[in-house]
Design a protein around this ligand. Structure first.
Ligand code: NAD
Length: 302
C-alpha cells in the first residue's frame, strides 16, 4: 500500500510503517495547491493539523482508501463525504489526553498566581511584590464543560488538588464519578474556574457568550484548551475588561493564528499557540498509534 505523510510526523512512525512493508513517502511540506496533483497516486494519507482534507480534494482522488489523522478532532477533514466515497477515516483519540489535561491544570495555576505576569515583570527588572496576590485553587469549584476523555482527565487531577468538580455534558457516556448537572446555567453560577473540553460544532460554537458570562461568579477564571470559537471572543474580552472574568488562559482561538491580537494582549489573558498536545510523550503516542492504525488497515485489505 502506498502512503503519503502530509504533515510533520515522528520518524519512529514512518520507520514502523516501512518495517511493516508499507511504501511510505514523506511529503510534509506539500502545499494545498500541490496536493490535488500528488495525492491521486496514493492509497493512504497521514495528516496532522496542517493539511486540510476537503471534498474538492477528495473528488480528485478516486483511489484513496484511508485517511489517518494524528490527533483528537476530525474537523480538518470532510469526514462524511470521505466515508460516503468508501474512504476510511481514523484518528488517535486518546494519545494526547494526558498532555492536554496537564496543560489545563498548569494554566489554572498560572491564572491563580499570575505566574506569567510576574515573570514578565521580573524580566523587566522590577521587584514588584504587591501586584501578584493570588488565590489557592484548593477548595475552589471547577466547572468542566465537556466531560469526555480530556474533561475527565482534568476533573480527576482537579479533585486530587482539593477542588470540587461540577460538570456539564449532555452527551457524556458516563459521569466518571463526577457531579454532572443537566443545565449549563447551574455550572456557570457555581464555578470559580471554568474549563472547556468539547469539540466545536454548530451547537457549541459561541456557546459561552454574553448571557453565560452574566451568570458566572464575579472574578471567575476561564481556561480554553478545547476549541477556539466555543467562547465568543468579543464577549470574553468585554468580560475580562470589566473584571467580571478575572483571567483567561487560551490555547485555542477562533482564528489560528489570530489576525486580531487584542484579546491576547489584555493584561489578564495568558495564551499559548495551540500546544495542548505538544509534548514528547503525547506526540510519541500519536505517532505510534498512527502507524498501528495504518498497518492494521493495510492488513485488512489483503
Ligand atoms: P471527547 O470526544 O472524549 O470529549 C468531548 C466531549 O464533549 C464529549 O463527552 C461530548 O459529549 C462533549 N460535548 C459535545 N457537545 C457538547 C455540548 N454541547 N456541551 C457539553 N459537552 C459537549 O474528546 P476529548 O479527547 O476529551 O477532547 C475534547 C476537546 O479537546 C476536543 O474538541 C478536541 O478537539 C480538543 N483538543 C484540543 C487540543 C489542544 O491542543 N488544545 C488537543 C487535543 C484535543
Amino acid at each position: 500500500m502506498k502512503v503519503i505523510v502530509c504533515d510533520k510526523t515522528e520518524s519512529e512512525c514512518i520507520e514502523k510503517m516501512r518495517a511493516a512493508g508499507l511504501d511510505v513517502d514523506v511529503r510534509d511540506t506539500v502545499t494545498p495547491e500541490e496536493l490535488p496533483d500528488v495525492l491521486p497516486a496514493y492509497d493512504g494519507m497521514v495528516v496532522r493539523s496542517r493539511t486540510k482534507v476537503r471534498q474538492a480534494l477528495l473528488e480528485k482522488c478516486p483511489n484513496l482508501k484511508v485517511i489517518v489523522r494524528g490527533g483528537v478532532g476530525l474537523d480538518t477533514i470532510d469526514v462524511e463525504y470521505a466515508r460516503s466515497k468508501g474512504i476510511a477515516v481514523m484518528n488517535t483519540p486518546l494519545a494526547s489526553t494526558d498532555s492536554v489535561a496537564e496543560l489545563t491544570i498548569g494554566l489554572m495555576f498560572a491564572l491563580a498566581r499570575s505566574i506569567v505576569q510576574a515573570t514578565a515583570s521580573m524580566k523587566s527588572e522590577k521587584w514588584d511584590k504587591k501586584s501578584f496576590d493570588g488565590d489557592e485553587i484548593g477548595g475552589k469549584t471547577l466547572g468542566v464543560i465537556g466531560l469526555g476523555n480530556i474533561g475527565k482527565g482534568v476533573a480527576k487531577r482537579a479533585v486530587a488538588l482539593g477542588m470540587s468538580v461540577v460538570a456539564y455534558d449532555p452527551y457524556a457516556k458516563d459521569s466518571g464519578g463526577f457531579k454532572v448537572v443537566s443545565n449549563l446555567d447551574e455550572l456557570l453560577v457555581a464555578a470559580d474556574y471554568i474549563t472547556l473540553h468539547m469539540p466545536k460544532t454548530s451547537e457549541t460554537a459561541g456557546m459561552i457568550s454574553k448571557k453565560q458570562f452574566e451568570l458566572m461568579k464575579n472574578g471567575v477564571r476561564i481556561v480554553n484548551c478545547g476549541r477556539g470559537g466555543i467562547v465568543d471572543e468579543v464577549e470574553l474580552a468585554a468580560a475580562l475588561t470589566s473584571g467580571k472574568v478575572a483571567g483567561a488562559a487560551l490555547d485555542v482561538f477562533a482564528e489560528e493564528p489570530p489576525t486580531d491580537w487584542s484579546l491576547v494582549k489584555l493584561p489578564n489573558v495568558i495564551a499559548s499557540p495551540h500546544i495542548g498536545a505538544s509534548t514528547k510523550e503525547g506526540q510519541g503516542r500519536v505517532g505510534m498509534e498512527v502507524a498501528d492504525i495504518m498497518i492494521n488497515f493495510a492488513k485488512s485489505q489483503k
